[in-house]
Design a protein around this ligand. Sequence first.
Ligand SMILES: NC(=O)c1ccc[n+]([C@@H]2O[C@H](COP(=O)([O-])OP(=O)(O)OC[C@H]3O[C@@H](n4cnc5c(N)ncnc54)[C@H](OP(=O)(O)O)[C@@H]3O)[C@@H](O)[C@H]2O)c1
Length: 282
Amino acid sequence: MTPTKITDTIELADGNRMPVMGFGTYLIGDQETMTTTINAAWNAGYRMFDTAMMYRNEDILGPTIHQLGLPREGLFLTSKVAEVVQGYDRTMKAVEGSLKRLQTDYLDLLLVHWPVHEYFFDTWRAMEQLKADGKVKSIGVSNYTMAHLELLATQAKEMPVVNQVEYHPYLNQQALLDFDRDQKIVTEAWSPLGRRVVLDNPMLAKIAKHQGKTVAQVILRWELQHGLLPIPKSTHVERIQENADIFDFSLAEDEMTMIDLLNKNERTGNEPEIVYETGKQY
Ligand SMILES: NC(=O)c1ccc[n+]([C@@H]2O[C@H](COP(=O)([O-])OP(=O)(O)OC[C@H]3O[C@@H](n4cnc5c(N)ncnc54)[C@H](OP(=O)(O)O)[C@@H]3O)[C@@H](O)[C@H]2O)c1
C-alpha cells in the first residue's frame, strides 16, 4: 500500500521500521547549509537522513542535529562504509569514526556503499558483527546487483534488509526491484530525481501539468507508488518542502506506465560491476 504521509514507516525484514522517504545530504558540505536544510527537512516531516563516510559531512550533520535539538529516537540515521575502509577490521574501526562524527552511539541503518570484490565477504562479516554489538540497528547494501546479492547469500549469516540503488525514470532497474522484493529487501532510490537530468522531460511535464504538481513531485510519487523509498537532496528550502508534498495525489495506472516507458538504462553514477572489480568509484 502506498504510504499516506511522510512520517509513515515500513517494516524491514529484521523487524525494525524505516521512514518511507528520506533526505539526501550528498554535496551538502558547509555548516550553514547543513543547518538550514536539516531544519527545513525536519519541519517538512523528513525523519530519515542519509549520509556516508565518503560525503565527508558526518562531522557537520552530527552537530547540526544536536544544535537543532532533534530527538535522536525520532530520527533515522543512515551512513555507509566507504570503499577505502572495507575489510573486517577497517570496517569495524571506521564505523566508530562515523558514530563519533555523528555524535551518536548507534546508527539506524549502515550500508556497504559499493560492492568491492576483494573485501566482499569480510566487510559483510563486520556488518553482521556491528549489528550484533548494537552499534547499528539494521544492515544493508548499496549499489548491489542481483549477482552481488546472490553471491552474498552464499556466506551471509543474515541478508541485507535494504539495497540503496540509483533509480529514476531513465534508470528504473525493474528486474532488480522485483528481485529485491522477492528477497524481502527494501529498495531505496538514490538520485531519485536523476540529479536533475530527467526534470525537463516533456512527458513528465505533461503529467505534472495534468496533476497540478511539479515534475519533481511526479517522479517522487512514481517511486513511492512503486514501493521505493526516495531520498531526494536539495539545498533550497522551498524544494525540500515541494519534494515532501507528494502525499495528496496519486498517479493513475496509465501515468505510471508512461513513466516506466521512459527508461533508457542511463546512469548518472558509477556502474556497480566496475566498482566491484576496481575497488573504487572513480
Ligand atoms: N548510495 C550511493 O551510492 C549514492 C549515490 C548518490 C547519491 N546518494 C544519496 O542520494 C541522495 C540524492 O541523490 P542526489 O543528491 O545525487 O540526486 P537527486 O536527489 O536526484 O538530485 C539532486 C539535485 O536536484 C536538485 N533538486 C532537488 N529537488 C528539486 C526540485 N524540487 N526541483 C528542481 N531541482 C531539484 C538539487 O538542486 P539544489 O540542491 O540546488 O536544490 C540537486 O541539484 C544523495 O544526496 C545521497 O544521500 C547515494
